[in-house]
Design a protein around this ligand. Structure first.
Ligand SMILES: NC(=O)c1ccc[n+]([C@@H]2O[C@H](COP(=O)([O-])OP(=O)(O)OC[C@H]3O[C@@H](n4cnc5c(N)ncnc54)[C@H](O)[C@@H]3O)[C@@H](O)[C@H]2O)c1
Length: 319
């Protein structure tokens, strides 16, 4: 079996590629090394996978149809895992058109190529942000979606709508996975856990948005990629599939609690600077994962303290 992973040099994409290789699959990775964060980190992310003969990597942009077509013509792709995106809620408000272009145009662009293939299977990385400021917790896949409150969330919601449309019109088999704040080694440096651990380690200030009560369902990256891999396996067996699953930890943690956990892990107090909650941030994310447990055998195994320790050990070596 051969999977094509978009965003393969990113945080989740590089872990998923390694897992798929470990499980004996062939992997084709593509990434444009978007400069949203240091591309040299992304180049390091794929070093291990590149040592494997079953891994092929191409640098290029999703929106380049000729580039995509040349890859799908060269390899028979059994399933595409579409992770490439401009990620991040706050920066999406500063650069709306870049997010709309990469995340919406990029998603449509890849489905335009998949619809012409013998195997039309797609796993799409959506996000917990599609639930917006939902007051009903935990978030269930069947919940009516309230309004998106950031450009990023709107692009993910739109991505889900487009996958549904391509399923209906062109019979793509699709699983949309709503990921809940993923963390662990190689995490995007703009995200809270990465910033908190590295700033605490270096004795630098961390910014605490709001009064510390904002909650996130932090989910360890290995649990997430296990869930994505199960979705690939499920699609391989199913025809006519269109499904949505939450992949979270189902255990939300407040920012104050997270900071205490970071201090315990690093063995130092954090220096905290308070700021108002930025526009676009929701007050809580909390995944109901019953559907994923039932259909993907998904079971998060790494709790926050364990995950922080593994991440911190990795960070000390890397930096
Ligand atoms: N990390 C999280 O907490 C989280 C939560 C919810 C959803 N997601 C989604 O999961 C996916 C992976 O996230 P991540 O944290 O690994 O982000 P990441 O930024 O580390 O990885 C995304 C990769 O996509 C690449 N990319 C962006 N635009 C591209 C384009 N036009 N063409 C080719 N490559 C392009 C980037 O260079 C990057 O390497 C994204 O779709 C993100 O929206 C992530």
């Amino acid at each position: 079996m051969r999977v094509l992973v978009t965003g393969a040099a990113g945080f989740v994409g590089s872990h998923l590629s390694e897992l798929a290789l470990e499980r004996g699959l062939n992997v084709v990775g593509i990434d444009n090394f978007d400069p949203f964060y240091d591309p040299s980190l992304k180049k390091e992310n794929i070093e291990l996978a590149l040592e494997n003969d079953r891994y092929t990597f191409f640098e290029g942009d999703l929106r380049d149809k000729k580039f995509l077509e040349s890859i799908y013509n060269k390899f028979q792709i059994d399933c595409t895992v579409h992770l490439a995106a401009k990620a991040g809620v706050r920066p999406s408000l500063q650069n709306p058109f870049e997010y709309i272009s990469s995340n919406i145009e990029g998603t449509v662009s890849i489905m335009e190529v998949i619809k012409t293939q013998a195997s039309k299977k797609l796993v799409f990385a959506s996000s917990s942000s599609v639930y917006g400021q939902s007051i009903k917790i935990p978030f269930c896949e069947s919940d009516p979606l309230s309004e998106a409150i950031s450009i990023y969330a709107a692009t993910k919601l739109s991505g889900e709508n487009f996958t549904k449309m391509y399923h209906n019109l062109y019979s793509l088999d699709v699983i949309n996975l709503r990921l809940f704040t993923v963390y662990g080694p190689r995490q995007r440096p703009d995200l809270a856990i990465s910033k908190f651990l590295s700033s605490c380690m270096k004795g630098e200030k961390i910014t605490l948005f709001g009064d510390g009560s904002m909650q996130r369902d932090y989910t360890y990256v290995k649990d997430i990629v296990d869930g994505i891999f199960s979705a690939v396996e499920r699609l391989d067996l199913k025809k006519g599939c269109y499904e949505i699953f939450n992949l979270g930890n189902s255990c939300p943690v407040s920012l104050s609690h997270l900071i205490s956990a970071v201090e315990k892990t690093v063995g130092k107090k954090c220096i905290i600077e308070n700021k108002d909650v930025p526009q676009g941030d929701v007050s809580i994310t909390y995944a109901n994962i019953e559907e994923a447990k039932k259909y993907l055998n998904y079971e998060p195994k790494v709790n926050l303290m364990e995950g922080l320790q593994i991440f911190y050990n990795w960070m000390k070596i890397r930096y």
